[in-house]
Design a protein around this ligand. Structure first.
Ligand code: CU
Length: 123
């Protein structure tokens, strides 16, 4: 009986480890929720970007709401070179950034020093 419990606990632990490493955490990706003719995604800035990959629907006006919780000055700007955006992100405030979704493709964004990265996928 004790052996069985150990076995079950072991299997559960292995399952948890597999989920932890290979589950949804692996790529922190999110598709925008479309409401009417508008899509929005909330991005939390804390030691990086969450989600760091965002899928947008082509042709639907998109707004990204960045909220910086991180106190590091490294993350106090977010830059979208393809859209000519260099937005300041004051700590504990939400800044909205409008994204042009007319052209499908992949668009990278980064912090002001190009150390932390994220990606938009318009399709
Ligand atoms: Cu930085």
């Amino acid at each position: 009986m004790a052996k069985l419990i150990v076995l079950i606990a072991g299997v559960a632990l292995i399952g948890f480890i597999i989920w932890w490493f290979f589950g949804n955490h692996a790529v922190d990706s999110e598709a925008a929720s479309v409401e009417g003719n508008q899509q929005t995604v909330a991005v939390t800035v804390k030691g990086g970007y969450s989600p760091e990959v965002i899928e947008l629907k082509r042709g639907v006006p998109a707004t990204l709401n960045f909220t910086r919780l991180d106190s590091s000055s490294c993350l106090d700007h977010v830059v979208f070179p393809d859209f000519g955006v260099n937005q300041e992100l004051p700590q504990n405030q939400t800044e909205s950034i409008a994204i042009d979704t007319s052209k499908p493709g992949e668009y990278a964004w980064a912090c002001g020093m190009d150390m932390f990265h994220g990606k938009l996928i318009v399709k």
